[in-house]
Design a binder for this molecule. Structure first.
Ligand code: OOG
Ligand code: MG
Length: 262
């Protein structure tokens, strides 16, 4: 770690305020070029603690930058993790207030809920699959607090990996009933197909993303408790949305998730 506790706390407040006030900021590594990955996660965890102290419930975990499409779009090459909150949750059919965000984008993802503890190191796709209770379609709403969505890996980790909301719905299924790598996803905006892909876009298999999360958490002495909701990362590149947009995401075997921005 290169930053002291006081600076971590100050940056956590700065980045969280950008979220709460919907006001974009410049990426924090511009002013703190020495900030390292540990500092970045320390800032993210400080933001999480600030929210929990205010009564926010942590509703699950997310992986990000797990697909080529996303890595290419954002110019960063390594998966990251973050948390999702109770107040970011939307159900299928939701009317989502666009004014809650700075410059929202959506990503089609596959989410899972676990039924057993997952602990790294050495967690692999087999253990992850055995620990998945069910799979459920989920669309993430990301909203980088950084100007023009421009960031580096350390800055985006500190900004809780741009997490802003998520819509769940469609149909859940047991993992053994699905062929997750070839599970097709089609994202439509206002009736037009804008992105499409398959589960394999996510590290070859969405369960590999769950295993990687367990291994990343293990480095911090943490595990994934049973009953955790996990978003495995965008299959497709993220799509910018604005008020008036109607979104429909079709998942092979898992139904359709529709909602709109108002
Ligand atoms: C970072 C978050 C990436 C995903 O699913 O890849 C992410 C960003 O692109 O702003 O959530
Ligand atoms: Mg995502």
């Amino acid at each position: 770690m290169n930053l002291d506790q006081e600076t971590i706390a100050k940056l956590a407040e700065h980045v969280e305020n950008a979220e709460l006030n919907r006001q974009e900021i410049v990426k924090i590594t511009d002013d703190y070029p020495d900030m390292d990955y540990e500092d970045a996660y320390a800032i993210q965890y400080a933001i999480r603690a600030r929210k929990e102290a205010r009564g926010t419930r942590i509703a699950g975990l997310k992986m990000g930058l797990t697909s080529r499409a996303k890595m290419k779009q954002m110019g960063v090459e390594q998966p990251v993790f973050g948390f999702i909150t109770d107040y970011g949750a939307y159900a299928e059919g939701a009317e989502i207030e666009t004014s809650r965000f700075i410059h929202p984008r959506i990503e089609a993802e596959v989410a899972v809920v676990t039924k057993a503890t997952l602990r790294g190191p050495g967690c692999h796709i087999g253990s992850a699959l055995a620990a998945i209770d069910f799979v459920i379609p989920a669309v993430e709403i990301i909203d980088s607090r950084y100007k023009d969505f421009r960031f580096d890996l350390r800055s985006v980790i500190a900004d809780n990996t741009s997490a802003a909301g998520y819509v769940t719905g469609g149909r859940m299924a047991r993992p053994e009933s699905l062929d997750l790598p070839v599970l097709g996803v089609v994202l439509e905006k206002n009736g037009e197909i804008v992105e499409l892909g398959a589960g394999a876009a996510v590290l070859g298999h969405p369960a590999a993303s769950v295993a990687m999360l367990a291994n990343m958490l293990a480095e911090r002495g943490e595990e994934i408790p049973a009953g955790t909701f996990i978003m495995t990362g965008g299959i497709t590149a993220a799509v910018a949305v604005e008020a008036g947009d109607n979104i429909c995401v079709r998942y092979q075997d898992l139904g359709t998730l529709g909602f709109r921005f108002v």
